[in-house]
Ligand binder design. Sequence first.
Ligand SMILES: *[C@@H]1O[C@H](CO)[C@@H](O)[C@H](O)[C@H]1NC(C)=O
Ligand SMILES: *[C@@H]1O[C@H](CO)[C@@H](O)[C@H](O)[C@H]1NC(C)=O
Ligand SMILES: *[C@@H]1O[C@H](CO)[C@@H](O)[C@H](O)[C@H]1NC(C)=O
Ligand SMILES: *[C@@H]1O[C@H](CO)[C@@H](O)[C@H](O)[C@H]1NC(C)=O
Ligand SMILES: *[C@@H]1O[C@H](CO)[C@@H](O)[C@H](O)[C@H]1NC(C)=O
Ligand SMILES: [Cu+2]
Length: 237
Amino acid sequence: MIFTTLVYVLVVPALVSAQIYGPPPGSGTTTTAAPASAPSAPADTQGHMNIDVAFNGNFVFHPANISAPVGTLVTFWFPGGDIPHSVTQSSFAQPCTYLTANSSAGTGNGFDSGLTNAVQFTINITDDQRAIWFHCKQILHCGMGMVGSINAPTNGSLTFDAFQAAAMQIGSNEVTQTSGGPVTGGVHGIATATPAATGTSGASSGSSASSNTSSAIINVASMSTVILGLAVGILLA
Ligand SMILES: *[C@@H]1O[C@H](CO)[C@@H](O)[C@H](O)[C@H]1NC(C)=O
Ligand SMILES: *[C@@H]1O[C@H](CO)[C@@H](O)[C@H](O)[C@H]1NC(C)=O
Ligand SMILES: *[C@@H]1O[C@H](CO)[C@@H](O)[C@H](O)[C@H]1NC(C)=O
Ligand SMILES: *[C@@H]1O[C@H](CO)[C@@H](O)[C@H](O)[C@H]1NC(C)=O
Ligand SMILES: *[C@@H]1O[C@H](CO)[C@@H](O)[C@H](O)[C@H]1NC(C)=O
Ligand SMILES: [Cu+2]
């Protein structure tokens, strides 16, 4: 069982990588695709913090947990390349599930960049006394620990470390979420614009339209490789 799980965790991403994200035909490359050029987030400035999405091509946010006072802008920098990622608000209780409105708490829907790449996405912190939890909703990424937090307690049971451990506990049982488009707004922090192509500011409807389309295609393809990966895992076990 442990072996099966290991095979699943190790083989599926490899299959996805080889079959979906390999070099395009005629690219002249015979080896595996070069890692996506990851634009490094710029250094933080006063009132503006920056987080790399898929830092160094790994399925992590970097830094993954920060402290940011009210009014701080936090910008997420998405790499180019073929694997779309997302910054999707969730809750401590359900790390890998999009946060929907809670009328008893008086909160609306969470923010969501949607699955995308080569963009930047910014939220403005509106409450620094409560934690903002988020994850990447690309299939399997949250369960592999691609999660983050803003203003999480540094001790007790609701730390970033506990949140990431909870996500990894879900692991490959993570429920596949619909791709969807970007959602502005949010809880304790709000996105005031949809993702913009890296290097520009404000919303860019052109780039979101094209990235939605490619995300949808890759998601369908990913599903079939995951099923194939499961079959390989079962055969090898
Ligand atoms: C961030 O939100 C605060 C209100 O919470 C507002 O005063 C400030 O102008 C916003 N910052 C930007 C850059 O929009
Ligand atoms: C909604 O908010 C209330 C009050 O904060 C909380 O007790 C409850 O657990 C929340 N429900 C969900 C589904 O998160
Ligand atoms: C736990 O964190 C709170 C702030 O979140 C701090 O006030 C308190 O001193 C911390 N306790 C310990 C034992 O570090
Ligand atoms: C990140 O989380 C760890 C453990 O949860 C904590 O020790 C650390 O202080 C946090 N860093 C920030 C900047 O909150
Ligand atoms: C992409 O997402 C944006 C924002 O939600 C939406 O306006 C646009 O229609 C979407 N494009 C496609 C092709 O789905
Ligand atoms: Cu991801």
